[in-house]
Design a protein around this ligand. Structure first.
Ligand SMILES: [Zn+2]
Length: 421
């Protein structure tokens, strides 16, 4: 089947252009105007809305398995699609955790016919000897939790150097949750020092191993400075979440909306905001971390982010706080380049037809009860923002029509080495 997208303002070469997109066999087959574009089986009129490359989230917790009561592959990837994400990278701290090839393969198989968007899988090796085999088994990247290693996972300098050397050899990347639990205070509060100390420690090890590092959800001014000061010496990048970028402890009840690292004060938050805008922070990751309401009451960290991250950024764009070019960089281009993804992220002939339609003029009130995610909680609940996702097209198929999911599970693919990255 082929499909034409007409009457869109299409994001091409950092501009919005009135162009018709022709899609065939899941790929963008031609760009043109209405006179020179081939006839299609179906023509979609996007009514002068923005057509943008699908967003890529490098930090999602899709849960499933023993955590299916919090979220599963179906609900998690539906949330992604409704939020304009066409590819998400899934974190390994599942139950059971993804610590070896056997668990990775089990998880990929379990996902295969149930996902609505394309999904890549992280793993977190216990043994450095497993790194290469994990990579060959299509792990997109590696992740460690410095403050919360898995059972039997040795994250001492000596062992971490072994793991980092292996990751560097197979040209992959290590994502790091940088917090040192020894520097939490006596009430177990996640101090800013614990983040800065962990970042500096990993930078030192990266210098010794040449391992590429991606620091997830950086939350402190000093942390960002440490990363900035070392970018020319080591291959490091960093990410911020929309909540650390927009919310602070003065505006938001950070106990009710607990996350790790926790929301910070206004000074740290403003630094994060400015760094996202000026380029000091490379990527926005949702840290989509769904929990049941009961788990939230018990203090579990995090909240869902897939459905609101892009709309929050569009709202900032409409308020002239960030450019569309910068949104493209932090949600599409930088994630793709940093994680080595192929054939996506541009509206260009030959590229995969992973596209979203954005209506930037439509006002919407964030309402957790409308989330497709199973997690019905958010510190942004009730916020009025400008900007909605009006359509999501994945692998050439319309998956979301602005109101509901209209494709069947399995529209998305598990990302594979040599094909997708
Ligand atoms: Zn996370």
């Amino acid at each position: 089947m082929n499909l034409n997208i007409i009457n869109g303002r299409v994001w091409i070469n950092s501009n919005l252009e009135n162009i018709t997109i022709s899609i065939k066999d899941g790929k963008i087959s031609k760009l043109g105007n209405q006179d020179n574009i081939p006839e299609a089986d179906v023509s979609i009129d996007v009514e002068n809305n923005i057509v943008f490359p699908g967003c890529v989230d490098v930090h999602s917790h899709l849960r499933d398995s023993e955590f299916s009561y919090k979220e599963d592959f179906i609900s998690g990837t539906q949330a992604a699609v409704a939020g304009g994400f066409t590819t998400v990278l899934d974190m390994p701290n599942t139950n059971p955790p993804i610590i070896n090839v056997k668990e990775l393969k089990k998880r990929q198989n379990n996902a295969k016919n149930r996902i609505f968007c394309n999904v890549g899988f992280y793993s977190s090796p216990i043994r450095s000897e497993d790194v290469n085999q994990l990579r060959l088994s299509n792990t997109i990247a590696f992740k460690i939790y410095l403050h919360k290693p898995f059972k039997e996972q040795d994250l001492s300098d000596v062992n971490l150097i072994r793991i980092m050397n292996r990751i560097s050899e197979c040209d992959s990347i290590l994502a790091v949750h940088a917090e040192d639990h020894q520097l939490f205070d006596q009430n177990n509060n996640h101090t800013t020092e614990s983040e800065v100390h962990a970042i500096n420690r990993i930078i030192k090890l990266a210098k010794q191993t040449n391992c590429k590092i991606h620091f997830v959800h950086v939350s402190t001014k000093e942390g960002i400075e440490a990363i900035k000061n070392n970018k020319s010496i080591v291959d490091i990048s960093c990410e911020a979440t929309p909540h650390h970028m927009i919310l602070n402890t003065e505006k938001t009840n950070s106990e009710k909306h607990y996350c790790e690292p926790p929301l910070r004060d206004k000074e740290n938050q403003e630094t994060i905001f400015n760094s996202v805008v000026d380029g000091g922070i490379d990527i926005i990751g949702t840290d989509h971390a769904p929990h049941s309401l009961r788990d939230k009451d018990e203090g579990k960290p995090g909240f869902p982010g897939l459905e609101i991250t892009l709309p929050l950024m569009i709202d900032l764009y409409m308020k002239n706080k960030i450019t569309l070019q910068r949104i493209y960089e932090i949600l599409v281009d930088n994630p793709i380049k940093r994680f080595g993804l192929r054939n996506i992220g541009q509206i260009k002939e030959g590229y995969n037809a992973d596209l979203i339609v954005i209506n930037e003029n439509k006002m919407n009130t964030i309402n957790v009860n409308n989330f497709l995610s199973k997690a019905k909680n958010s510190p942004f609940d009730g916020n009025q923002i400008l900007g909605v996702v009006a359509k999501t097209i994945i692998n050439g198929q319309v998956v979301f029509d602005g109101k509901k999911i209209i494709a069947s599970p399995g529209t998305g693919r598990v990302l594979e080495k040599e094909v997708d990255f």
